[in-house]
Design a protein. Structure first.
Length: 81
């Protein structure tokens, strides 16, 4: 978030980015696993789900919201592999 930016500003920008990316995924790779790493995750993942539903390609087993904690954990697991 940039200085002076509200959470609403951040949401509006990120929601637009997620919308464009998920529309592209729905068209180009409808069976892909999609991990949304965009704040606020609890708002952007439902947007992604609705876009995938509208395109007829929604699979709840292939749509994930990723938080910073998850990224830190993943780094640890990858580092140990």
């Amino acid at each position: 978030r940039k200085p002076g930016m509200t959470r609403d500003d951040l949401f509006n920008i990120n929601a637009g980015i997620v919308k464009n990316l998920i529309n592209g995924c729905a068209t180009a790779c409808p069976n892909a696993c999609i991990l949304v790493i965009s704040n606020p995750v609890n708002s952007t993942v439902p947007i992604a789900a609705e876009i995938l539903k509208a395109a007829g390609v929604y699979n709840p087993k292939k749509l994930f919201g990723v938080t910073t904690l998850d990224v830190c954990r993943a780094r640890t697991f990858v580092g140990q592999a």
